[in-house]
Design a protein around this ligand. Structure first.
Ligand SMILES: Nc1ncnc2c1ncn2[C@@H]1O[C@H](COP(=O)(O)OP(=O)(O)OP(=O)(O)O)[C@@H](O)[C@H]1O
Length: 313
C-alpha cells in the first residue's frame, strides 16, 4: 500500500438483517483528494462512511484508514479523523463559543493558547460576531459553518462528510466548498457524500454507489469521457408526448425535458434516426443530434444499467 493511501477497503460488506447495505466494496483514496460518494437514497453511502470512521463494524471485508486497521484501531483513529453528518449534532442550548470550548475539552486540546486558537477558528468560519449566540438560533448556513469549525478544530488528517450541504442555501453551499478546497490544499483528505451533481463534479475523484455496490469510479472528467452510453438532444413540437413515446423504445435509458428540448440517454450504437423515426410516424415533428455527456448522464447510466447490459461486452 502506498504511503499516500489514506483509505483502503477490500471487499467490504455490511448487512442489516435481509438488507445488504454495502456489497463487496473495494476502493482506495489517496492523500489530498476530495473524493466524492454519489448515489441514490439508500445506496449505502452513510453506512460506508460510518464503517470508515469505526462507528459500525463490517459484516465482511477489510478497512485500513490512515494506516489503522478497523474496527480494532477505531479509538486511536478518532484523534486523526473529523466526521460531520447532515444533521446538526452540536448543543443547541449552548452558544457558539461554549460549543467550541466543550469540543476542545473533549479532544483534549491544550488549554494554553486555546482562546487564540478558537478566535482564529471563528474568524475563518465567520462566526466571530455570533460567538455568544445560542447554536439553536443560528441559520442553516451558520450552523453548518459552526459544525465544520467543530469538525476541523483538532486538525484531522481526514474528513468524512455525510451530505454536509443538504440543509443550506446555494450561496452557503458554494462557501462551504471553498472551505473544503482550502482544507484539501493544506493536505487534508476529504471524503464527501452528496446528492448534488455540481458538487460531485467538483470532486477530484468520484465513486458512484448503487444498491451498496460500486458502479463507477474515477475522476468526473474520465467518467464522462468513458461513458459508453451517449446522450442525444431531441427537438420536437410536443415534448410531453414525445417523451412518453421515447421511453417505450428499448434503446432509451432515460429522458429529461430541458426547456423545450428533450435530452435522451440511449444505449451505445443508437442513431438519431432511431429516435426521430417513431416520433415522425406518430405525427410529431422531431430532429435529433448528439450532445456532450454530462456527469448526470454518467450517474443515470451507472445506476440504471441492467444486470444484462452490465454483463454484455
Ligand atoms: N441501522 C440500520 N438498520 C437497518 N437497516 C439500515 C441501517 N442503516 C442503514 N440501513 C439500510 O441500509 C441501506 C443503505 O442505507 P444508507 O443510509 O447507507 O444509504 P445512503 O446512500 O446513505 O442513503 P441516503 O442518501 O438516504 O442517506 C438502506 O436500505 C437502509 O435502509
Amino acid at each position: 500500500m502506498s504511503p499516500e493511501t489514506v483509505i483502503r477497503t477490500r471487499n467490504l460488506s455490511k448487512r442489516f438483517g435481509a438488507t445488504l447495505a454495502v456489497d463487496d466494496l473495494t476502493l482506495e483514496v489517496t492523500r489530498g483528494e476530495v473524493y466524492g460518494f454519489l448515489g441514490p437514497n439508500g445506496s449505502g453511502k452513510s453506512t460506508t462512511l460510518r464503517m470508515l470512521c469505526g462507528l459500525l463494524t463490517p459484516s465482511a471485508g477489510e478497512i485500513t484508514v490512515l494506516g489503522h486497521a478497523l474496527p480494532g484501531a477505531a479509538e486511536r483513529l478518532k484523534r486523526e479523523l473529523g466526521y460531520m453528518t447532515q444533521r446538526f449534532s452540536l448543543y443547541r442550548d449552548l452558544t457558539v463559543l461554549e460549543n467550541l470550548r466543550f469540543l476542545a475539552a473533549l479532544h483534549d486540546l491544550p488549554t494554553a493558547g486555546l482562546g487564540r486558537r478558537l478566535d482564529a477558528l471563528m474568524a475563518r468560519y465567520t462566526l466571530g460576531e455570533l460567538r455568544h449566540r445560542l447554536a439553536g438560533t443560528l441559520s442553516g448556513g451558520q450552523q453548518q459553518r459552526l459544525a465544520l469549525a467543530a469538525t476541523v478544530m483538532h486538525a484531522p488528517a481526514l474528513l468524512l462528510l455525510d451530505e454536509p450541504t443538504s440543509a443550506v442555501d446555494p450561496q452557503s453551499r458554494r462557501d462551504f466548498w471553498e472551505a473544503l478546497f482550502e482544507l484539501a490544499d493544506a493536505g487534508t483528505t476529504l471524503l464527501v457524500s452528496t446528492h448534488y451533481m455540481d458538487e460531485a463534479e467538483r470532486c477530484t475523484r468520484l465513486a458512484i454507489l448503487d444498491h451498496g455496490r460500486l458502479v463507477a469510479d474515477g475522476s468526473p472528467r474520465a467518467l464522462m469521457e468513458a461513458l459508453p452510453e451517449s446522450p442525444l438532444r431531441v427537438i420536437t413540437d410536443r415534448p410531453r408526448q414525445a417523451q412518453q413515446r421515447l421511453l417505450a423504445l428499448p434503446e432509451v435509458i432515460a429522458v429529461a425535458q430541458i426547456g423545450t428540448a428533450l435530452r435522451v440517454l440511449v444505449v451505445p450504437g443508437t442513431t438519431p434516426e432511431t429516435l426521430t423515426r417513431p416520433l415522425k410516424q406518430a405525427g410529431l415533428s422531431a430532429t435529433a443530434r448528439a450532445d456532450t455527456p454530462s456527469l448526470e448522464d454518467v450517474f443515470v447510466a451507472a445506476t440504471r444499467r441492467t444486470p444484462a447490459a452490465e454483463a454484455s461486452p
